[in-house]
Design a protein around this ligand. Structure first.
Ligand code: PLP
Length: 417
């Protein structure tokens, strides 16, 4: 069933009406970043035209209005992912910023030599490198869950990696390269059952971070139902502005962590002898934040809520099935990522061609896809390939666009062979 009115929705996204290389734009690079609705653009314009002011510190009307709007945006995010408290929502610069915050603060507080952190083969570099940095500093060990040939996590192997040395498990909810939707709820349950008390607190096992950068734009996320300790995502991949993202963390855990960066807003009192820190969420939000980014993100969430996340998910599933069927008919095509449970990401290779050549040829026809390693080099090594061509769909894409894309790929393959 199709509950999405694409014609109506597409009118809200001005960029979708432009031409690229003389052809109507077909934008299939949503995994890298999504397009913005007029509603989000209007919020940003209005803010700078009528509302601009710094927040939290001013007593004048503009500052109070901006503070109220920013804190309301925080509540919108809280409700969107069903966090228990709005102060569990930390505004960051994006998923990368959120994961680095946890790696640094968590590492300082909880990691010792010989401790272990578990990630998976399909992680984005931003869920690999921050852990490598902190492991190097603390002499901790990074362990990696293998995947099968379809691009699914080997849960049997994961269980074997867990031990009383495991301090943190950090896994992507949805793979940006394969589209795999990982069974994060099951993973979290396994962690809770398999990691014995670490000694920090009675009954406390490994902590769990979920990288939700590719999940939040496509599927309903409920952090309380998941029972994760941290959840990270980016505004720009969910129709909001760049430069803003979210770290969700459970209140008790965030309260225990040391601040990440020092500066204005994150302090209660400062003397040269001693500084005391502000309460959540401000303890983790040093300096003037991306105020308009927060407002734009809230506008994007309102837009998604209006369409309905379940509708978005169902529609994108249809798009993916349609595109998968069609691309399989091209001779020599190999799909990279054939998990049973997938989000709207289609990575592929065609025998005898290079993905970048396909990308370049179809760009001339106005079609934007991504080619390369997608910031998942270890995953490319696992499949022994240099990269893939990746089409990633959003709810404003159409079946007609998929037809145009498939014809363009066929044409490119013919030219390249
Ligand atoms: N994690 C995943 C799964 C991603 O796909 C991305 C971006 O592509 C990131 C993390 C990093 O997101 P950002 O660059 O917005 O911080």
């Amino acid at each position: 069933m199709n509950f999405i009115n694409s014609d109506k929705i597409r009118k809200d996204f001005p960029i979708l009406h432009r031409q690229v290389n003389g052809k109507p734009l077909v934008y299939f690079d949503n995994g890298a970043t999504s397009q913005k609705t007029q509603q989000v653009i209007d919020v940003i314009n209005r803010y700078y035209q009528h509302e601009n002011s710094n927040i939290h510190r001013g007593i004048h009307t503009l500052s109070q209005e901006a503070t109220d709007a920013y804190e309301k945006a925080r509540t919108t995010v809280q409700q969107f992912i069903n966090a228990q408290h709005s102060h569990e929502i930390i505004f960051t610069s994006g998923t990368t910023g959120s994961i680095n915050l946890v790696a640094s603060s968590f590492g300082k507080k909880h990691l010792q030599a010989g401790d272990e952190i578990i990630i998976s083969t399909m992680e984005h570099h931003s869920n690999i490198v921050p852990w490598q940095l902190i492991c190097e500093e603390k002499e901790a060990i990074l362990k990696v869950i293998p995947i099968n040939d379809k691009g699914e996590l080997r849960i049997d192997e994961f269980k074997k990696l867990l031990s009383n040395k495991t301090k943190l498990v950090s896994i992507t909810h949805v793979s940006n390269t394969l589209g795999t939707i990982n069974p994060v709820k099951e993973i979290i349950k396994i962690v809770r059952h398999h990691t014995p008390p670490s000694g920090e607190k009675e009954g406390e096992g490994a902590f769990i971070l979920i990288d939700g950068a590719q999940a939040v734009p496509h599927t309903k996320v409920d952090v309380q139902a998941l029972d994760c300790d941290f959840y990270a995502f980016s505004g720009h991949k969910m129709f909001g502005p760049t430069g803003v993202g979210i770290l969700y963390g459970k209140e008790a855990i965030l309260n225990e962590l040391p601040p990440y960066q020092g500066g204005g807003d994150m302090i209660k009192t400062v003397t040269f002898e001693k500084t005391t820190y502000n309460e959540l969420p401000h303890k983790f939000e040093a300096g003037t934040p991306n105020i308009v980014g927060g407002l734009g993100l809230a506008a994007a969430i309102d837009y998604m809520n209006n369409i309905g996340i379940a509708n978005i998910e169902a529609y994108e599933h249809e798009l993916l099935s349609y595109a998968t069927e069609k691309i399989k008919q091209i001779e020599g095509v190999r799909i990279i990522g054939e998990a049973a449970n997938k989000a709207s990401v289609l990575s592929f290779l065609v025998d005898g061609t290079h993905p970048s050549d396909i990308g370049m040829i179809i760009d001339k026809l106005g079609i934007a896809i991504r080619t390369g390693h997608h910031c998942t080099e270890p995953l490319m090594n696992r499949f022994d390939i240099p990269g893939t061509a990746r089409a990633s769909f959003a709810f404003y894409n159409t079946f007609e666009e998929i037809d145009i894309f498939i014809n363009a790929v066929k044409r490119a393959v013919k030219m390249l062979k």
